[in-house]
Design a protein around this ligand. Sequence first.
Ligand SMILES: Cc1ncc(COP(=O)(O)O)c(C=O)c1O
Length: 392
Amino acid sequence: MGDWKPRTKAVHDGIRRSQYGELSEAIFLTQGFHYATAEDAEARFLKAGEDEFVYARYGNPTVRMFEDRIAALEGCEDGFATASGMAAVNGALVSLLKSGDHCVAARALFGSCLYILEEILPRYGVEVTLIDGTDLEAWKGAIRDDTSVVFFESISNPTLEVIDIKSVCDLAHAVGATVVVDNVFATPVYSKAVELGADIIIYSATKHIDGQGRALGGIILGTQEMIRGTVEPYMKHTGGSMSPFTAWMMLKGLETMELRVRAQTASAYAIAEALEGHPKLARVIYPHRPSHPQYDLAKTQMEEGGTILSIDVRGGRDAAFRMLNELEIFSISNNLGDAKSIVTPPAATTHQRLPQDQKDLLGITPGLIRISVGLEDTSDLIADLTAALEAA
Ligand SMILES: Cc1ncc(COP(=O)(O)O)c(C=O)c1O
């Protein structure tokens, strides 16, 4: 496609039209494809061409449109769409790693990502070293000559730690390791992961890409060689592919993603500013507020601070729960990046599984609340939060 700006790419890139010339992307709700002859079937199984498909688990025209569109937006050569964000994290890590390999990862991760690293990979003989991802010395100490994969969330869930993507990529590449970045919180709108050196970028499309709370999905992005040569063989044979109907929703989500994310970000910044210094709060965490410990890095690495902030309510679990139960606009739920504003108490939900010492290490206090800011009116959201804080 042309040398377009992101908003144009998000509407037009990757389009494939049928013989009817439909304007809106078609949903190809088919698991299989018809071959004109047996020779045709044989040839396609041997090597399917650019617009040839074999079976929806391997690929589908609607899914391919989504893969091409998001790859163009991210500045990557290719992508493989998955059934969920976790299928993308698991798919990328497992397709890259084998028994005897060493993987270094930041400790501050979404609960399910941590489960893969701590519980699943070691079962198959992968050695995993977890470190404080904000400490470059810790990365230097942990990355070894035989390290093959480095993994981190560029902004961690839920404490919003910012990882120095370029410095970690430089350290990893010096020993030939592949860097896998879970970029969910940065969103494709503010992502600079490719230019900073990331080899594989992962999104849970469930978040800002759909952005309307309708479906689970994910995407693994990278070079064509990495995606088609390493990731696709694992994904297509193990069944974590995205469905065509979901891909269509995600294509529609991409069309409005930048407008939504920019509006949600402006509200998130305004809320962080309004809540900072509130007497009922011990902390307000937002990457683009000067109070964030990695403010300078966040400013250079991300054009804006994103749609999520976290607050720490004084008085712990009981005070936080009293506040949550008073909210009228914010929903108590656990998605993020949605048009609807959502509040999540991570210690009680997404990170409940973690033992107390790990929660302490990660700063996941009982009073911590992750706030995903939606598309509602900013002043209504601030009024809802400040009124509920009275009950804390
Ligand atoms: C940083 C991060 N990575 C991965 C995921 C998993 O995405 P999904 O729920 O689509 O599997 C999440 C979900 O919250 C997340 O926050």
